[in-house]
Write a new protein. Structure first.
Length: 254
């Protein structure tokens, strides 16, 4: 049985976890082309106020990149698919990784992208990605390059498949582990988790939220473990606006 169209009934005891690219914002050919509008920033502020600050962004981007996009707004952020996260107090936590192993991998993938028009190399620091959105015919080639790098890096790293992108990242961390870490700390602890995402990388987050009695919402088409489905980022914006109005009634005393 597939997901239901729409979303679950609103509740003020939710905590909200939001993917960015493809969920809050439409995908662009290059990650740097994405722009966050002021209306979205304001919407997140309203949601955080109505949900007792229990709103977090869960992204494959680095925390530094997310904060650059959403500045001056500061909310809890899990970056690099769970390798790092900023807690509600503003402290950044990073799982220990041997960064020296990435030096040669970074140089190799940079060269691969430079020699193949349409491939775009994204250096996230601890995660390395090859995007082929503008050259879909190079999907297999990009996968092969990432797999070769992953073999050289060894068991400490793993491959991550996304929408029009292949990525190598530290092993053992994902969006599910990121959400799980938040659910064990205030103000998220004791609330019902709701996670919105669009990509293959979000499926582990859906699985975690389902197991913890929450609500999972898939954005877009495709098979999924999510319980609900919204059509696109525009539908997500409508959902979040309605939710902000619902939880805002308590804040305003209505």
């Amino acid at each position: 049985m597939g997901p239901r169209e729409g979303h679950p009934p609103f509740s003020r005891d939710w905590c909200l976890f939001l993917d960015i690219d493809g969920t809050l914002l439409e995908h662009r050919d290059r990650p740097d082309d994405v722009v966050v509008d002021w209306a979205l920033r304001g919407l997140l502020v309203r949601l955080a106020a109505g949900l007792d600050r229990s709103v977090a962004l869960i992204s494959g981007r680095s925390i530094e990149d997310v904060e650059r996009l959403f500045a001056p707004l500061l909310v809890p952020v899990a970056g690099l698919h769970g390798v790092e996260h900023r807690d509600p107090r503003g402290m950044i936590h990073r799982h220990p990784i041997d960064e020296r192993a990435l030096f040669s991998a970074r140089a190799h993938l940079e060269q691969v992208a430079a020699q193949n028009a349409g491939l775009f190399f994204e250096d996230k620091g601890l995660n390395l990605a090859l995007h082929y959105r503008t050259a879909p015919a190079l999907a297999d080639f990009a996968e092969g390059a990432i797999r070769a790098v992953a073999r050289d890096l060894g068991h400490r790293f793993e491959i991550q498949k996304g929408k029009m992108v292949w990525e190598v990242k530290p092993g053992g961390y994902d969006k599910g582990t990121a959400i799980d870490e938040y659910l064990d700390e205030a103000p998220f602890a004791g609330r019902v988790p709701v996670f919105l995402g669009d990509d293959l990388t979000d499926e582990v987050g859906f699985q975690l939220v389902n197991a913890r009695g929450g609500h999972s919402i898939k954005v877009g088409t495709g098979r999924t473990r999510a319980q609900w489905r919204l059509a696109d980022a525009r539908a997500v914006r409508g959902f979040l606006s309605a939710l902000a109005g619902f939880v805002g009634e308590r804040v305003s005393g209505g």
